[in-house]
Write a protein that binds this ligand. Sequence first.
Ligand SMILES: Cc1ncc(COP(=O)(O)O)c(C=O)c1O
Length: 393
Amino acid sequence: MIKRNKFLPFALPAIEKEEINSVVDTLKSGWLTTGPKTKLFENNFCKQVNGGHAAALNSATAGLFLSLAALGIKKGDNVITTPYTFCATYNVVLENNANLIFADVKEDDYNINPEEIESKANGKKIKAIIPVHFAGLPCDMQEILKIAKKKKAYVIEDAAHALSAEYKGRQIGDISGYTGDAAVFSFYATKNITTGEGGMVTTRSKKLRDLISVLGLHGISKDAWKRYTSEGNWYYEVAYPGYKYNMTDIAAAIGLEQLKKDSRLLKRREAIASFYTKELNLVDGISVPFTFKDKRSAQHLFVLKINENILKIDRSTFIEKLKEANIGASVHFIPAHLHPYYRKKFGFKPSDFPVATKLYKQSLSLPIYPAMSDKDVSYVAATVKEIAKKYKR
Ligand SMILES: Cc1ncc(COP(=O)(O)O)c(C=O)c1O
């Protein structure tokens, strides 16, 4: 096969003229930070996922942190999450001074295993559970909510990958479905829709939404952003020692346009995922993601597993080979218990979370994003096939 000349990045945002014009309008409007566009983005996003109430922030990390804080999670409280996620998911537990408990994942979908949650929760008081919809594939929410109810624990969904993913016919975050106390979405540059940096919390509780919003803007009285407008007032009160996690109108201007395209962008991701699946499904030594009948994935990541019993190369060398062919690939994720800080603090060994450790060693993520052309997608699939064939034992 002929090697492509230009490097194919692992991820690229889908920025078109609408986003550019929207940002220019905002820049010309005189209002750059949290304001009317952020409010509109909150409303439109909330409607789109049927999320109840929504708070826009400058990241999903801020959303996870503030959800825990606003739900009153504090020193000594136990919080259960998965080790198979980005570090933001569990760093925020420690930032709230809570006790971090990991429950291992399932081999078929990389998502937290409800049986592991039960066994880790056994005999303990649990304040919150943070399931992560890995790669955009929904967790077993019905089972997780059942455990949470029994333990009287809050559920904060890390939905960073999961905008428009569906579980039992309802979107993640939809308050008429199997949703937790809060769902937290990310608009980081590589995510399905982006604002550069940004995040959104949706929740059925207006009280929780308002507290998250207030804590995200210094803890000062709600709608503090209006204090420089004609409707506003110079007077404000500090109700809590809050943080500075608000979304800017520049970011919201991008988000408003991205949101309108979400369904089209997701369809393109689905088309790429089904092409990869069709092409790679039967290739010896690699496996493609499973599909599940009551779950629609947001197809945020396309994660292959490399079987070293069949191939002579490991996952890392496979990525190197892709790079030599000018294809960017990545690994999602290095599990928590393998990072130095967590290894030292908790004395973790790789065998403590055997499924996460095994998956980590096998997994690599292929590029999957709407800006890829059909030619790009075919080239990636053909290159993967060629590498697998060349290195077959
Ligand atoms: C699973 C997961 N959770 C949380 C985050 C944090 O998102 P943000 O970058 O918006 O803070 C990410 C970001 O990559 C993520 O992948």
